[in-house]
Design a binder for this molecule. Structure first.
Ligand code: 13P
Ligand code: SF4
Length: 312
């Protein structure tokens, strides 16, 4: 178990952040960051949030350029929802292994196997997979989205753990695709048991990408930004967190005086951690890593994402 530690910006970090912010003004760019980014990257962003909040924010922005500090499927969401903007992925090699566990060919095969089922795609999917889906969901709205479809059967892709968590809350028959998050899977029940012994009474809050045995042990199963709200409102002064440890930076900023422990040292997403301030600056200076989606795919994926935004 790891105690969150404060991160102080060094002079170099401050200098890079000032250059990034000046360039953002010059380019009319908005910088958005997922909750798992490095602290100094989160601190330079105009907006930090979970997948749902980032999708909403990017759909609404008036800025000409969106600089996305996160992984590729999230930047694709920005392109899909706001195609007139230039979207730059701050770190071009940052992908999501879970999103890569299914492609559109796999999904079409599953559709043929279960012809009466609707397809709900977690946003952690590529644009072609979204384009083959009926509706998208995020960890913040998955049960509500599943209940919104008319079909009794739902193929849920690609996260089997999120699918299992949804299945326990809906009357619909969920057909899970066998994908998973390599990071959240590292948190095991024994680590939760040990943390509870060390901190009796401290609430355990985990992400639905965790193993079902872990989710069943938690006091709350929430998206990353829902966790921030839960911790802010909780009367507890110590909380045990089961998600990628980048979230602890936001938790400490928004809940001063509370103590957070991350439940496993394995809760680090290597892809989220690839983004560094130097890379953000270079990406902006060179306008590199522009994310594009073929228009026919984009239009179909947009329908699936917009249906989700209507439900949520
Ligand atoms: P959130 O939407 O809860 O921020 O999760 C995104 C993600 O990639 C979790 O691993
Ligand atoms: Fe993908 Fe897991 Fe990283 Fe989220 S934490 S971006 S699901 S690998």
């Amino acid at each position: 178990m790891i105690r969150a530690s404060s991160v102080f910006a060094s002079e170099d970090i401050g200098h890079l952040q000032r250059r990034i912010l000046a360039l953002a003004r010059q380019m009319n760019a908005v910088i958005v960051s997922h909750n798992y980014q490095r602290p100094e990257v989160q601190d330079v962003a105009d907006f930090v949030g979970d997948s749902l909040e980032l999708a909403r924010r990017c759909a609404q922005t008036e800025a000409e350029v969106i600089v996305f500090c996160g992984v590729s499927f999230m930047a694709e969401n920005a392109v899909i929802l706001n195609p007139s903007r230039q979207v730059l992925l701050a770190e071009g090699t940052a992908g999501c292994p879970m999103a890569d566990m299914i492609d559109d060919v796999d999904l079409r095969e599953w559709r043929e196997r279960y012809p009466g089922a609707a397809v709900v795609a977690y946003v952690n999917t590529t644009a072609p997979v979204k384009a083959e889906s009926d509706i998208c969901c995020t960890s913040a709205n998955a049960p509500r989205v599943v209940d919104s479809v008319l079909n009794d059967q739902v193929i849920f892709v690609p996260d089997e753990n999120l699918a299992g968590w949804v299945a326990r809350q809906t009357a619909k028959k969920i057909i899970p695709y066998p994908g998973f998050c390599i990071t959240h899977r590292r948190l095991i029940p024994e680590q939760v048991r040990r943390a509870r012994q060390l901190h009796p009474g401290a609430p355990v809050v985990v992400h639905p990408e965790c193993l079902p045995e872990v989710a069943d042990m938690a006091d709350a199963v929430l998206s990353t930004s829902q966790m921030v709200r839960f911790c802010r409102e909780s009367p507890a002064d110590t909380l045990l967190i089961g998600t990628e440890m980048g979230l602890l930076h936001r938790l400490q900023k928004e809940c001063p005086g509370k103590t957070f422990f991350v439940l496993s040292p394995g809760l680090v997403c290597p892809n989220m951690k690839r983004t560094r301030l130097e890379g953000v600056l270079r990406t902006m200076e060179e306008r590199r890593n522009q994310v594009t989606v073929p228009e026919d795919v984009r239009v179909k994926a947009q329908q699936a994402l917009e249906r989700m935004l209507e439900v949520a």
